[in-house]
Design a protein around this ligand. Structure first.
Ligand SMILES: Cc1cc2nc3c(=O)[nH]c(=O)nc-3n(C[C@H](O)[C@H](O)[C@H](O)COP(=O)(O)OP(=O)(O)OC[C@H]3O[C@@H](n4cnc5c(N)ncnc54)[C@H](O)[C@@H]3O)c2cc1C
Length: 359
């Protein structure tokens, strides 16, 4: 028996296990497929900035706390494993385009209200800084503190760090049922047998709803498909993230550009569609016309775990004393992974919780 069993080996489950292992907790992670190959692999890796001093909503407080944790989190993983997660503050440009008029003003006002560093750019100053941008875009704002992480590398680093710290990783181990006795869960059942532990964490992304139901919780988590397209655009025509409403382009240092993403409620269907891919390619050309000559490399999609209201559930199950949930991170699971791990460690170890719980 170990101290904690984590169900789900995405960025959230791996981060929680790693954080617990740093505090000498014995952890096993049960993953139904391969580690980190679902939403955590599919994501774009954008890490929006935050400001703990002015953050006024639960979402802003979580984002701000994670923003503060990221540099140490990334360097600790690199020192321990030698794997560079690609964490960098590359900056982000939010453009004022006709397709997202109102979003631009609202988003800019939100950043200003939060006291986030921001540069307003228009006309010639915008052209000079971003010559590849479509000249029809006349206004934008630049967030110098927006970061990115290369999520497939982050997953590799987290897996390696977990192994080094003695976490036991079980791939191909779907949890089918959660077995309880009175107020406590004593084990979880997989096709390979039962796993007992003192505490359990449900961190199963878009699949968490069914497991949570087994411990009497209704989390209303549903999968929201996000399609993504990868371009090879060497040499890169821009080096920061470009956002247009909910869509964006993320340049990687190797000359690739990720273009994302759609929001589709189609259940657990991970197909790419003609409509989805065509829309993303159109966006890329509209924002940076020279990308019409870029090589189209591949496309994929992932299932974001969505809860009504868009906030993750991070906390005790409420019904069973020793069951906790960290799920429903929707569009923000990569950015919120360090703070989620910190909060879960505090709760599991009975330490003072550093932020009000996100529920
Ligand atoms: C296209 C796209 C773009 C995105 N861009 C960003 C971004 O730029 N920035 C950002 O912060 N976030 C982004 N996200 C969101 C982010 O990827 C997710 O919020 C995050 O990956 C959720 O992590 P998770 O560990 O909860 O879920 P997952 O990565 O889905 O992991 C859950 C794991 O649990 C396993 N599992 C499920 N059921 C069981 C079971 N019964 N037994 C055992 N294992 C089980 C699954 O196999 C899976 O591996 C994006 C997502 C998508 C799809």
């Amino acid at each position: 028996m170990c101290d904690v069993v984590v169900i789900g080996g995405g960025v959230i489950g791996l981060s929680i296990a790693f954080e617990l292992s740093l505090h000498n907790v014995s952890v096993r992670i049960l993953e139904q497929g391969q580690f980190g190959q679902e939403a955590s692999w599919a994501g774009a890796g954008m890490l929006p900035p935050g400001n703990p001093a002015w953050a006024a909503t639960p979402e802003a407080r979580l984002r701000a706390a994670s923003h503060v944790l990221w540099p140490t989190w990334a360097s600790r993983l690199r020192e321990l494993t030698g794997i560079d997660s690609g964490y960098v503050r590359c900056g982000g440009l939010t453009v004022h385009s006709s397709s997202a008029e109102s979003e631009f003003s609202q988003e800019k006002a939100r950043w200003i209200a939060e006291g986030i560093a921001l540069e307003s750019l228009s006309g010639i100053s915008l052209r000079e800084r971003f010559p590849a941008l479509n000249p029809s875009i006349q206004e934008a704002c630049f967030l110098p503190e927006l970061g990115q992480v290369r999520n497939p590398r982050l997953i590799k680093a987290l897996q390696a760090a977990c192994v080094q710290r003695g976490v036991e990783l079980f791939s191909g181990h779907p949890v089918m049922s959660i077995e309880h006795n009175g107020q406590r869960v004593h084990s979880v059942r997989t096709p390979a047998g039962e796993f007992t532990a003192g505490q359990f964490v449900i961190a199963s992304g878009a699949w968490s709803g069914e497991l949570a139901r087994q411990v009497g919780m209704n989390l209303d988590i549903e999968p929201v498909r996000g399609q993504m397209v990868l371009l090879d655009a060497q040499p890169l025509p821009f080096s920061c993230v470009i956002e247009d409403g909910l869509r964006y382009m993320v340049p990687r240092p190797d000359g690739r550009i990720l273009v994302g993403s759609t929001e589709e409620r189609v259940g657990f269907d991970k197909r790419n569609t003609v409509d989805g891919v065509a829309g993303l390619l159109k966006l890329a050309q509209q924002l940076v016309p020279s990308l019409s000559q870029a090589k189209l490399e591949r496309s994929w999609s992932g299932l974001r775990p969505h809860r009504p209201g868009g906030l993750p559930f991070i906390g005790p199950s409420g019904i069973y004393d020793n069951v906790f949930v960290a799920a429903g991170h929707f569009r923000a699971g990569l950015q919120l992974s360090p703070i989620t791990a910190t909060l879960m460690r505090e709760m599991l170890l009975g330490q003072p919780v550093s932020l009000p719980l996100a529920r």
